[in-house]
Design a protein around this ligand. Structure first.
Ligand code: AMP
Ligand code: MG
Length: 414
């Protein structure tokens, strides 16, 4: 970064990275946990480390369909006599003898006394006389007991979110239920006299309330329990009641709208009266205004009303808070460099989250195209995009061909 003062920087605005650190310091991880049955564990956060009570795999078994034998027997003869078979779920019950082999299937136990498997494609069988091409090494094609995890070994850490792979890992160790942190409860509502719910007619000057649906989508992706409190009109007492009711039933209250300068004075006044609220001006575009504080025992996040701004501030600020509250070990979002496919407009002063379409060009390079109009009300720019193009505060107009930082949307936004 330049040592000289940047004439375009806006010192009164807080950098979003600084805001995240400050916000995280103000929320606590929920301490209560509960047991859930394995099928209900998807998306939940593990409340404790999990060790395996069995070896993985639990017994020596074959990685191939073929023949099992003692490796050293092939040093003296390439033919062995067949004495039995081992199928998955039906182990060989006899006793391995020198210079013998058994037919074996993938996943079937390799009996003690045999140590190696050769795939059937490298074997010729004539009755019980089996000619085997020697494999490269002792133990070939055998998955040995405990080679992945030994009994008592840790398989999953507290703070891990249970995804498809974790569901399988839990089943592999035989866990029929699992301890997870309680789901964070989030109550949310939209504010604004112009907002109408879908399914109704619009009068002049009215628009449909879209934020409640994008926020619901984000909350579902965050695996929290959500409570939709609808649209609240710009009325002192209605807003007061909504805040009280939201704070009484949730760990977090999220609203959208009414946090920009000169707007929804009632919201600000009531928040001041009912809780401890700070209005922040962030050096981020879209999404400059953001309100944060405490309403009773609940954490309060007031998102800007513009639809793209509310999604971006949720993604950037609320998402990490929810992660911390539910005890999730935070993963840094993946960022990479991509070549800008066209010129890009930007004024220095704020960090911008422009919406981009990331793809691979014919040379195999990562390339990103801005989705068109970047107005903070243009929500289609979010649905067209698969990544944010993140432009630093001091950056200005940027020509095609420049390598820019992109953050692909993960499951949060898609
Ligand atoms: P505000 O933050 O209340 O000043 O609103 C900023 C802009 O976002 C205005 O154009 C509002 O009409 C719009 N807006 C506010 N809330 C919503 C919402 N829930 N859905 C769609 N647009 C909204
Ligand atoms: Mg408003």
């Amino acid at each position: 970064m330049s040592k000289h003062a940047d004439p375009c920087s806006t010192p009164s605005l807080m950098h979003p990275d600084e805001a995240i650190v400050k916000l995280l310091a103000q929320v606590d991880t929920l301490t209560d946990s509960e047991m859930v049955q394995l099928p209900q564990a998807l998306g939940r956060v593990l409340a404790e480390d999990l060790a395996s009570s069995i070896d993985l795999p639990p017994f020596n078994n074959s990685a191939m369909d073929g023949y099992a034998f003692r490796f050293k027997d092939l040093a003296t003869s390439s033919t062995l006599s067949l004495i039995g078979e081992s199928f998955a779920g039906h182990p060989f019950t006899g006793k391995p003898q020198p210079n013998t082999c058994i037919r074996i299937m993938t996943g079937a136990p390799v009996p003690d006394g045999y140590d190696t498997v050769q795939m059937q494609e490298k074997v010729t069988a004539e009755g019980t006389t089996i000619s085997i091409e020697a494999p490269k090494a002792l133990g070939a094609n055998v998955r040995s007991r405990g080679e992945e995890v030994k009994t008592g070994g840790k398989v999953l850490k507290a703070g891990t979110q249970v995804g498809a792979a974790e569901m399988g890992v839990l089943a592999t160790i035989g866990a029929s239920q699992v301890r997870v942190t309680r789901q964070v409860k989030v109550a949310f509502f939209s504010t604004g006299d112009e907002l109408r719910p879908v399914g109704t007619e619009l009068a002049p000057g009215q628009i449909y309330d879209s934020n409640r649906y994008s926020i619901q989508g984000l909350l579902s992706r965050a695996n929290v329990e959500w409570i939709d409190l609808g649209v609240i009109e710009d009325d002192r007492e209605a807003i007061r009641q909504a805040f009280r009711s939201a704070a009484a039933q949730a760990d977090m209250v999220i609203t959208s709208g009414g946090v920009s300068v000169g707007d929804a004075d009632y919201t600000k006044q009531i928040l001041d009266e009912e809780g401890e609220i700070t209005f922040w001006k962030l050096a981020i575009k879209p999404g400059k205004p953001f309100a944060f504080g405490k309403l009773g025992k609940a954490v309060f996040c007031g998102l800007p009303g513009n639809p793209v701004s509310s999604m971006v501030t949720f993604y950037k600020l609320v998402w990490p808070l929810l992660n911390k509250m539910q005890g999730l070990t935070p993963a840094k979002p993946v960022q990479l460099k991509a070549k800008l496919s066209g010129d890009l407009r930007k004024f220095p002063g704020r960090v911008e989250y422009q919406r981009g379409i990331l793809s691979q060009n014919e040379q195999g390079e990562a390339e990103v195209t801005i989705t068109g109009g970047q107005g903070s009300g243009m929500l289609t720019s979010m649905s067209l995009a698969n990544c944010f193009v993140i432009l630093a505060q001091e950056q200005g107009d940027t020509p095609a061909g420049t390598l820019v930082t992109v953050e692909p949307f993960n499951t949060v936004l898609s």
